[in-house]
Design a protein around this ligand. Structure first.
Ligand SMILES: *Cc1c(COP(=O)(O)O)cnc(C)c1O
Length: 394
C-alpha cells in the first residue's frame, strides 16, 4: 500500500525531456496548482503570470488569442482579447461587458440572424434601446446615433446579399459622437480586412467559420483597441461563462496554420465561379463584391484591397421548386447552413437564416426563394465550377 495520499489519478510525473514539442500541447486541466498564497497573490496582482481556473483562462485559449490578435494587427499594448465558446459568445461578452443601464445600441439592419435577434429582441427585453440602420450608408447610421448611444455593431459584408458596410464612414461619424464601433469581421477575415486600420474599436469573429475552417469547432473571439475595454470584455466572458474548451482552441489553432492558404484558394475559386455562373441561362443575378455589377464594388475594392471574398450569392429565376431542383442536382455538394468550411456548402436563406422575415421583407432585401448562398471550399476549381454549372442547367 502506498503512503502517498494522492490517488493513482494524480500520481503523474512528467516525462523527463530536454526537448520540447513542436506543436502546442493540449492542456485540458480545469485547475492549476500554486505554491502558496503569496504566489497566488502575485498572480492575481499581475506580478507573475499563471493560470488558476480554466473559466478564467487557460493556455490553449491564450495561444489562440495571441495568434488571432496578430492576424488582426492588434497592438501588443492593447492585450490580445478573449476567445469565447462561440461567435455569439464573443458578441454577448462585448455587449455585457460594455453596456450599462440606459445605453442605446445601433446595429446594422442585415446582421447575422442571431445577432439581429439579440439586438431586436433580447437587448430590448433587458431594457436597452436599439436602432437598426443600413450599414452601407454612413449618413443613415449617423442619423440613428443618439446622445445615449454607446455602441454600433456592423458586419463587414452582409449575409447573404454581400453588401459592403461603409466601415470608414461609420468610424468617422462614430468618432465624432464618441461612440465605439464593433465590427463583426467573420465574412471578410483579416485576410481581406483589418477593421482596426479603418477606425474600428472592437473586432469580433465567429472563429467557427473560416478561421478554424473545418466545421469541427464552435468558437468566437473579441478584441478591442484598449486595455481597459479588453479587460471589461474578458470579465464579462469569464463571469457569464463564455469560456471555450481547450480542445476546441487547440483545433482552431491547428486550423489557423492553413488559414491563409485556404482563404486564398477559396477566394480565387469564388471569383472564377461567380464569373462562370453569371452567364448561364436561368441565373437572374450573381452577387459577388469583386464583380463590376456588384452595387458596392468600388468600396469592396478599396476596403478589401482588390479581394472579393469566398462567398457567392446566386439568384436563380423561379421559386422554391427551382431552388429544390438546383440543390438536389448539385449533390454531392452539401446543403448545410454554415460557411467557411473546407468543403463548398450551399445554403438557402429563405428557408434558414432569413425564415423569420416576411416574404415582403425578404424580397426587399433581394432574398427570393431562388436565392442560394455558396460558401466556396477547397475543391478542384474546374470540377466544382462544372458541377455547379451543371446543376444550374438541370
Ligand atoms: C456564424 C456567425 C456568427 C455566430 O457565430 P457562432 O460561432 O455560430 O456563434 C456571428 N456573426 C456572423 C457574421 C456569423 O457568420
Amino acid at each position: 500500500m502506498s503512503e502517498d495520499p494522492r490517488s493513482i489519478v494524480r500520481r503523474s510525473t512528467p516525462p523527463v525531456s530536454v526537448s520540447t514539442p513542436v506543436v502546442t500541447p493540449l492542456q485540458p486541466s480545469v485547475v492549476y496548482a500554486s505554491t502558496d498564497p503569496d504566489e497566488l497573490d502575485a498572480q492575481y496582482e499581475g506580478r507573475v503570470r499563471g493560470f488558476t481556473y480554466a473559466r478564467e483562462g487557460h493556455p490553449n485559449a491564450t495561444v489562440l488569442a495571441g495568434k488571432l490578435a496578430w492576424l488582426e494587427g492588434v497592438d501588443d499594448s492593447w492585450g490580445a482579447g478573449v476567445v469565447t465558446g462561440s461567435g455569439m459568445g464573443a458578441i454577448g461578452a462585448v455587449l455585457l461587458g460594455l453596456l450599462a443601464r440606459g445605453d442605446h445600441v445601433v446595429g446594422g439592419d442585415q446582421l447575422y440572424g442571431r445577432s439581429h435577434r439579440l439586438l431586436s429582441d433580447d437587448l430590448r427585453r433587458l431594457g436597452f434601446e436599439t436602432t437598426l440602420a443600413d450599414p452601407t450608408d454612413a449618413a443613415g447610421i449617423e442619423h440613428a446615433i443618439r446622445p445615449d448611444t454607446k455602441l454600433i455593431l456592423v458586419e463587414t459584408v452582409s449575409n447573404p446579399t454581400l453588401r459592403v458596410a461603409d466601415i470608414d464612414g461609420i468610424a468617422a461619424v462614430a468618432a465624432r459622437s464618441g461612440v465605439s464601433v464593433v465590427v463583426d469581421n467573420t465574412f471578410t477575415t483579416p485576410r481581406a480586412l483589418r477593421p482596426f486600420e479603418h477606425g474600428a474599436d472592437i473586432v469580433v469573429h465567429s472563429v467557427t467559420k473560416m478561421l478554424a475552417g473545418h466545421s469541427d469547432v464552435t468558437l468566437g473571439y473579441a478584441v478591442a483597441n484598449s486595455t481597459g475595454t479588453n479587460a471589461a470584455i474578458r470579465e464579462a466572458a469569464v463571469t457569464w461563462g463564455f469560456t471555450p474548451s481547450p480542445f476546441d482552441c487547440w483545433l482552431a489553432e491547428r486550423g489557423l496554420h492553413t488559414f491563409e492558404l485556404r482563404y486564398d484558394r477559396a477566394e480565387s475559386t469564388a471569383r472564377q465561379l461567380a464569373d462562370e455562373l453569371a452567364f448561364l441561362p436561368g441565373v437572374e443575378a450573381i452577387l459577388y463584391p469583386g464583380r463590376a455589377d456588384h452595387p458596392d464594388q468600388a468600396r469592396a475594392m478599396s476596403l478589401f484591397g482588390g479581394r472579393g471574398g469566398t462567398m457567392v450569392g446566386l439568384r436563380l429565376d423561379g421559386g422554391r421548386d427551382r431552388a429544390n431542383r438546383f440543390i438536389r442536382a448539385a449533390s454531392p455538394i452539401q446543403f448545410a447552413p454554415t460557411l467557411g468550411d473546407v468543403s463548398t456548402l450551399l445554403s438557402h436563406p429563405a428557408s434558414s437564416s432569413h425564415r423569420g422575415l416576411t416574404e415582403a421583407a425578404r424580397s426587399a432585401l433581394g432574398i427570393t426563394e431562388g436565392f442560394i448562398r455558396i460558401s466556396v471550399g477547397l475543391e478542384d476549381p474546374d470540377l466544382l465550377i462544372s458541377e455547379l454549372s451543371r446543376a444550374v442547367r438541370a
